[in-house]
Design a protein around this ligand. Sequence first.
Ligand code: NDP
Ligand code: HSE
Length: 441
Amino acid sequence: MPAPSALRVALLGCGVVGTQVARLLIEQADDLASRVGARLDLVGIAVRDITAPRDAIIDPALLTEDARALVERADIVIEVIGGIEPARTLLLHAIASGASVVTANKALLAEDGPTLYRAADEAGVDVYYEAAVAGAIPIVRPIRESLTGDRIQRVLGIVNGTTNYVLDQMTTHGLAFDEAVAQAQELGYAEADPTADVEGFDAAAKAAILASLAFHTRVTISDVQREGITKITADDVAWAKQTGHVIKLLAICEATEAGVSARVHPALVPLDHPLAGVRGAFNAVFIEAEAAGELMFYGRGAGGAPTASAVLGDVVSVARHRVLGGKGPAESHYAGLPIAAPATSRTRYQMRLAVSDRPGVLAQVAQVVSATGVSIEAVRQVALPDQDSRATSVGSDGSTVALLVITTHHAAESALAQTVAAIADLDAVQDVMSVLRVEGS
Ligand code: NDP
Ligand code: HSE
């Protein structure tokens, strides 16, 4: 069959990302044609409401509310609607109709990616999804292709732009949590429902995708241990600084003896660690591989144009396959490793305790910690700042309140939970002010 001179491209969704994808397809049409070897003709854009106001670049004649009919007349379908349905049904319909698909939809891939990969395999078409993890940063392809001759041991990353922006604004400008979330929404970083960002669901979906790719094992979002940033207070942020750290929401995927461990949670990162310098909505992903050693990928993790860059990279790849023949790598899940139970995950912890400032309290706390098998790395007793209401408060025994900052060596999550419960039971402990994991040191 002769190579096609043009490929029909259907765009599903014309929001923050879709608008920028359309812009690149239109403004860079000639360059794209040269890179692909065929023109990429945008044949339609499916939206929920064709009467809604659009960017001037969008030709109203391209808009349709009939996404199903649109995918049937395309060689390549780009899905930037988001969510599970109707995105899944539309993508499966596109694949069944013979189209290759490109999606930025991490929620769908982390919940039911294998259904799409299987369908694409049977139909002999591509499913590409570089934009689904860390926006503009090339990370899916490096893991899936460049590092496929190596053995990845650990992936550690800041993969949600919204939460990084929020924590950064709280740290550097003292912004209130809600104010910073509203700014992230205005800037187009946040998901349609920002709960997905601040409660860690978005990062957990990305962790599932990264772990699946890195460890050749199917990992879904329900396998990822998840904690968001909604409980992080201005005090936590201030004390992180005092102890030489910054708080980041991290996604951590590891191959452990118990199996694949994937978790998302806020963590204290030492100020001299490269991840501590990742500001605003930027993302960064560290990979530790057996032969390659440490690699770091850094760039814009959210926003219309950066995400569109990743989408267009995929569009060019799948278009080249259609012009030249062949297809990209299929899903690799041959290893089938077990998923490690969250209780087995090991890390260092930092606890902040408000305790009665009297002799013997430190020894009591240390005894409780060691009784649960957790080893203390460092203890600092710090005066509470004047503005803290506890600074002037007096315990029931007449003593003033002091702040203990305890850092542990690596400990299992289950042991730490026992430690915290036992500490909270001590009479001398007025409050367990925070317990945060420490990563990257
Ligand atoms: P938006 O909410 O801005 O846009 C969604 C678009 O989908 C809108 O144009 C909407 O139509 C359309 N849409 C919604 N439901 C339907 C439907 N049933 N049929 C047809 N069209 C529909 O989302 P984003 O552009 O921010 O995100 C899109 C995808 O990209 C998501 O999967 C997201 O996770 C992912 N992503 C987003 C990033 C970002 O920074 N925003 C970064 C990386 C990935 P209408 O305009 O009429 O409402
Ligand atoms: N809401 C996501 C973020 C978009 O803030 O990172 C990019 O996936």
